[in-house]
Design a binder for this molecule. Structure first.
Ligand code: GLU
Length: 433
């Protein structure tokens, strides 16, 4: 099954994360929360509540393999916070999925929704499985049974899954089908990132990469850098990396390096990124037939203006952050920078534009999809992209204001925006009972 329509894609992944520095997504998310909590006048009780997920559902999913043998897989749905609206976030099918990873990623979804001021909370889930080892039929059976196991805790007003690593529009269509059949009514709003024929939104697939490009463009403008004179290296050529690279190329930037799991291609004169197939179009096509493939680790250290890690988490670590030569980092993947690397980059004066702002186009167009489902009326691609541009510019402006007013990092600024909104909502609703 093809995969990846959202940040953090495994299939275009790299294996460069420093084994010596394996910070879990939960560790990183908690450290970031504690750090941001120090910068802003937020009641410590609010921070304490947000350091814990509301619930984590763990299920066993029996699958009859094609050879008749039954195997049991483990699935999770972490629901972090819903004070501002229904839980929202992706489902990943990946061998590295753990309880803690789901919790950490669900926390990032809460901040992401709040930074974009969307009426959603945060969730994340998945199955511990390598989807590449399943046949198409097995994948469908596994997805359907998982949907059945989590059916009671999801719903269009409760918790709305979306694609993430190893899942795609088809996965969402199967979940929508299971849910709808059991409810006795077609319920498109239970998932987002569906195919448009069953209520999916145009532009949803491209949205995370598009928002990365919008944010990169805006931050270049902020630092008085013309896109026409900007060189970009993109790690990962799945949906996020490829769409970001192509959009930046269209806007005049020079994308000089891109990569897949086998390594990177580099041309200081600029690559024709429209001619390179994305991971979904043809897996590992970036390096296919190329003689001088650069190790992925080297891509991170290229002398470029903008570095976009858009593959997996934890690729910028304490060990390599000192060697990053880019002037700006824009996070395409979820959690590509460890806390230690963040400190190194901050000390060196390299701004890091965080995932919870940069790749939030995915959940933003998910919100548009949910609205279209409620209204039973589809928007055109032009309408989606126009609205996405407006939402991203507004969020960028909110974060930029904090950067300028408080002199904090872009990540802290995004957390301050998110935490302020969450704290206000918590205060308005109170603690029940
Ligand atoms: N999985 C995506 C993310 O990490 C999108 C989640 C959604 O659209 O709900 O942002």
């Amino acid at each position: 099954m093809s995969s990846d329509s959202t940040p953090g894609e495994a299939s275009s992944a790299v294996s460069t994360a420093d084994a010596a520095e394996t910070e879990s997504a939960l560790d990183t998310a908690r450290r970031q929360l504690a750090r941001a909590g120090e910068h802003v006048e937020i009641d410590p009780n609010v921070v304490e509540r947000l350091a814990h997920p509301n619930a984590v559902h763990e299920v066993s999913i029996p699958l009859e393999r094609d050879d008749g043998i039954v195997e049991v897989f483990t699935g999770y749905r972490a629901q972090h916070d819903s004070v501002r609206g229904p839980y929202k976030g992706g489902l990943r099918f990946h061998p590295g999925v753990t309880h803690d990873e789901c919790v950490g990623l669900s926390m990032w979804m809460t901040w992401k929704s709040a930074v974009l001021d969307l009426p959603f909370g945060g969730a994340k889930g998945g199955i511990v499985v390598d989807p590449k080892e399943l046949s198409a039929d097995e994948n469908e059976r596994l997805t359907r049974r998982f949907a059945q196991e989590i059916r009671d805790v999801i719903g269009p007003n409760r918790d709305i899954p979306a694609p993430d690593m190893g899942t795609d529009a088809q996965t969402m269509a199967w979940i929508m089908d299971v849910y709808s059949m059991q409810q006795g009514e077609t319920t498109p709003g239970v998932v987002t990132g569906k195919p448009p024929v069953v209520g999916g939104s145009y532009g949803r697939e491209e949205a995370p990469g598009r928002s990365v490009a919008i944010v990169a463009r805006e931050v270049c403008k902020y630092y008085d850098r013309s896109l026409a004179e900007t060189t970009v290296a993109v790690q990962g050529f799945g949906s996020v990396g490829a769409n970001a690279a192509r959009q930046l190329d269209d806007w005049g930037a020079s994308v000089v390096a891109v990569s897949d799991v086998n390594g990177a291609v580099h041309d200081p004169a600029g690559l024709d990124v429209h001619a390179i197939p994305t991971h979904e179009e043809e897996p590992e096509a970036v390096t296919a037939g190329v003689d001088d493939v650069l190790p992925n680790e080297k891509l991170l250290k290229l002398d470029v203006d903008v570095l976009i890690p858009a593959a997996v988490g934890n690729v910028l670590t304490e060990a390599n952050a000192g060697d990053v030569r880019a002037d700006l980092v824009v996070e395409g993947a979820n959690g590509p920078t460890t806390s230690a690397a963040d400190t190194v980059l901050d000390d060196r004066g390299v701004p890091v534009i965080p995932d919870i702002l940069a790749n939030a186009g995915g959940v933003t167009v998910s919100y548009f999809e949910w609205l279209q489902d409620i209204n039973r009326r589809a928007w055109t691609l032009e309408e989606v992209n126009e609205e996405l541009e407006a939402e991203m510019l507004a969020a960028f402006e909110d974060v930029r204001t904090q950067v300028d007013e408080r002199g904090v990092t872009w990540r802290d600024a995004a957390y301050i925006v998110a935490l302020s909104r969450l704290a206000a909502a918590q205060e308005a609703r109170g603690l029940w009972p």
